[in-house]
Structure formats: structure tokens, C-alpha cells
Design a protein. Structure first.
Length: 135
């Protein structure tokens, strides 16, 4: 069985637990496999105003998701898999929706945006950092 990334990088785990907990209070850490998070993301986690009609479109409910780290995290970007709503087959076959073929969400415009220095929460949080843009 591979050694989990957080045994090799305990300070990174502590930082991710703290920062994800601050930004996404409805997520719960799970330690099976390489670890990850489950729960519901906020509808609009950004400081800028939400688009008109967003609450109607989402029914005021954020994405229910699972985030999976790989054993290569933080060198490799984690995967976010929607649980509710789950992308259907058609959404998985059109890249314009930012849904990959396995149903996970595309987090970055360019792979080079992921350096491993910043937590994944910067991809979808109020606080831009580490070169990742939320705008």
C-alpha cells in the first residue's frame, strides 16, 4: 500500500485542514485512500457580486461533491466529482462544460497553473493566491 501524501507532508495536511475549514465549513475531511473532502460547496464563494439569477438557477444550493487527492498530492491536482447534480453522459462528452470524461470537474484553464504550492481551495475560494485566478 502506498504511503499517503500527508504522512510525507504533515505540515501541508495541517495547512489544508485549516484553510479548507475556513473557506468551506460544510466540507468534511475523509482519510481513506489518499484522502479528500466531501460535502457541499457554497453557491458563490467569491467576494465579487453573484451573477443575477444564480439563486434561481441553483435553487440556493451549492454543489454536493467529493474531492479526491491522489498519492502524488500536492504535486498533482486533486479531482472534484459532483455528487448532486451528477453530470450526465452528454455533459461528460463536451469540453465546453468543463466536465472531464470521468465526470470530474476541470479546475484549471492550463495545467501549468497548478504548482502544488497553493491549496486546491484557491481554485474556488474567496482568496486568490499562488497564481490561480478566481476572476
Amino acid at each position: 500500500m502506498p504511503t499517503t501524501w500527508w504522512r510525507c507532508e504533515p505540515r501541508r495536511l495541517d495547512r489544508d485542514l485549516r484553510e479548507v475549514g475556513e473557506c468551506f465549513s460544510e466540507l468534511t475531511w475523509v482519510s481513506h485512500g489518499a484522502g479528500g473532502w466531501v460535502g457541499r460547496l457554497p453557491v458563490w464563494p467569491f467576494e465579487r457580486p453573484a451573477p443575477p439569477g444564480l439563486d434561481v438557477l441553483t435553487s440556493g444550493t451549492g454543489l454536493d461533491m467529493e474531492l479526491h487527492y491522489g498519492h502524488a498530492y500536492p504535486a498533482a491536482v486533486p479531482s472534484i466529482l459532483p455528487r448532486d447534480p451528477e453530470p450526465d453522459f452528454e455533459a461528460r462528452t463536451h469540453h465546453r462544460w468543463h466536465v472531464l470524461g470521468d465526470g470530474s470537474l476541470c479546475l484549471l484553464a492550463q495545467p501549468a497553473q497548478w504548482t502544488g504550492a497553493s491549496p486546491w481551495s484557491n481554485c474556488c475560494s474567496r482568496r486568490p493566491a499562488g497564481g490561480l485566478s478566481t476572476r
